[in-house]
Design a protein around this ligand. Sequence first.
Ligand code: PLP
Length: 398
Amino acid sequence: MISMKKYIDKAENYILKTYNRYPVVLDRGDGVYLYDLDGKKYLDFAAGIAVFALGYGNQEYNDALKAQIDKILHTSNLYYNQPAIEAAEKIVESSGMKKVFFTNSGTEAIEGALKVARKYAYNKDASKEYEIIAMNHSFHGRSQGALSVTGNSKYQAGFVPKDCVAVFADFNNLEDVKSKITDKTCGIICEVVQGEGGIYPADPEFLKGLRALCDEHDILLIFDEVQCGMGRCGSLYAHDLYGVKPDVMALAKALGCGVPVGAFVVGEKADGALVPGDHGTTYGGNPFATAAVSKVFDLFEKLNLVDHVNEIGAYLSEKLDELTVKYDCIKEHRGIGLMHGLECEMPVAPVITKAMDKGLIIINAGANILRFVPPLVIEKEHVDEMIQILDEVFAELS
Ligand SMILES: *Cc1c(COP(=O)(O)O)cnc(C)c1O
């Protein structure tokens, strides 16, 4: 058998180096555990970055995908296909929104959402060049449009020309957003819980205020639920916790639980902004990807996953609070449902490396923040196992 080291050397020869990867080759998964090529077992608290909500190897999910492969993998958006129709129905019925456009990723869902906001304004007055208001410390993806609204110079620098960059305001600062609105503003985009930016939940008053501002100015409110949606925060969509409806919502990550798929979903006001010819995709909404989406919705319901997130999320929160009290190097614990962050006084890279040595996969959200986005099917015993490893790691590092 070729050793992990040989594969890693090969990877560095052939795969473009846009990541500093951890030196493991992951091979297979089982439940909430991953195994590398050498057979080492890891408890997974990253879930492929908030993707694998159902954990690994859910038989019903796997069977549905296998059956779809045997039937048909891909058609095209020039025709209808059954899985896409069923998946769209489940999204619309569960969100109370109106229509769905399927994409292949989160960043493409954001591209579509931004196009909807621009087109909505353009349809009213085609003479102006429109602007989007986005939040500082946001993350919306790596394509050019999504980068233009990503409020972090680390990601933007060198890629987005200055005049293509959005107007930025401070997250959870309604007055700041208000002061940035002009007659050129066509939409406001924000995450309901900022993910990459460091796990910051929105204040209820902030989201309510954004809704009122968008209504007052007849512009579109876009919620990026790519990371915080799909049950992660203890309701199917994070905005449900706040009772604030967006005009456009972007989904991805856990939407397909491993199959690459995203969506933007429009509400009543935004429905009709895009017309035939305005947007398209070759792969988006293909029967394989949408069979996954459809099964994900069925399994969320069957497993009562949202209730489970609330139960386990409360337990995880309590345990992370205890850890925060115990170690001076942990500054703050933030989070909701099964989306949590521990802000530390120092960079967390050594914590992550040590945790991996001890068989725990965990990720960061910014240099000093540990991020907890486990599969939604984790149980209390897995939380205990994770906490025990982290406790050891912090004890060794303090
Ligand atoms: C991951 C993420 C994206 C981008 O999704 P990709 O599938 O990586 O393109 C967009 N928004 C948020 C909030 C994300 O967490």
